[in-house]
Design a protein around this ligand. Structure first.
Ligand code: PXP
Length: 241
């Protein structure tokens, strides 16, 4: 199965906001990523608006020609904005103000009722696909099925951070088992967090059924040196090879 490459552009907004400037504009970054062959664009509208803003999501909705993945928490105000914006995909993620980046998957089992309500709200608003960001644990995937979500995004952060070969093997085994389990349960499988130019081939070789990957930091870091279009093209070559 061909895997789609979705590019997360939050870090462009982080740089813009650091100087309280209007540049670099994530909307321009999205256009460059699309021109280089990205299959879609991902942004996370955080409750604290530390990077992406409401202006960004509304403009992106107008200009994107590829898939638009809107990451969000279950905060009612952000859910309302997501319903208004109508992305192609809404991905629910956990959020903590103190974290530098998303640290783990949702606790789907513990928060099943709330997640089920939000999934229903997003679907009723007309959003066609709703995903839950989950750790690669089969019981969490079973709980995700019960929320009515269409997809899971497997958290690949532990794999990306594995410090030796045996840890990496344990992580790819967990991801492969979770992907098989989700696929068998009828869920579409996405994956992301910490994937980069070095670790992607091992991930791809080990984990089946992955329809989409969401990659941000590695591509943005490379784009600083070689330009957005080349950085996206290089990742696209890996994902499509
Ligand atoms: N998927 C989710 C749910 C995320 O929160 C993030 C980080 O914003 C990513 C994927 C992309 O992770 P990275 O920036 O490490 O590639």
């Amino acid at each position: 199965m061909a895997t789609d490459l979705l590019i997360n552009i939050d870090h462009v907004a982080t740089l813009r906001n650091a100087r309280k400037e209007t540049l670099p504009d994530p909307v321009h970054a999205a256009a460059a990523a699309e021109a280089a062959g990205a299959d879609g664009i991902v942004v996370h509208l955080r409750e604290d608006r530390r990077h992406i803003t409401e202006r960004d999501v509304r403009l992106l909705k107008e200009m994107l020609r590829t898939k638009f993945d809107f990451e969000l928490s279950t905060d009612p105000d952000v859910v309302r904005i997501c319903c208004e914006v109508q992305p192609d995909l809404a991905t629910l993620v956990p959020e903590r103000r103190e974290e530098v980046t998303t640290e783990h998957g949702l606790d789907v089992t513990a928060r099943k009722e709330r997640l089920r309500d939000v999934v229903a709200q997003l679907r009723e608003a007309g959003i066609k696909e709703v995903a839950l960001f989950v750790d690669p644990v089969c019981s969490e995937i079973d709980a995700a099925v019960e929320t009515g979500a269409d997809c899971i995004e497997l958290h690949t952060g532990d794999f990306a951070n594995a410090s030796n070969a045996s840890e990496r093997k344990r992580c790819t085994d967990d991801l492969a088992r979770a992907a098989e389990h989700a696929h068998a349960a009828g869920l579409i499988v996405h994956a992301g967090h910490g994937l980069d130019y070095c670790n992607y081939p091992a991930f791809r070789a080990a984990v089946p059924h992955v329809r989409e990957v969401s990659i941000g930091f590695a591509v943005m870091a490379r784009a600083m040196l070689v330009g957005m279009e080349q950085a996206v093209r290089e990742m696209r070559e890996l994902v499509k090879s």
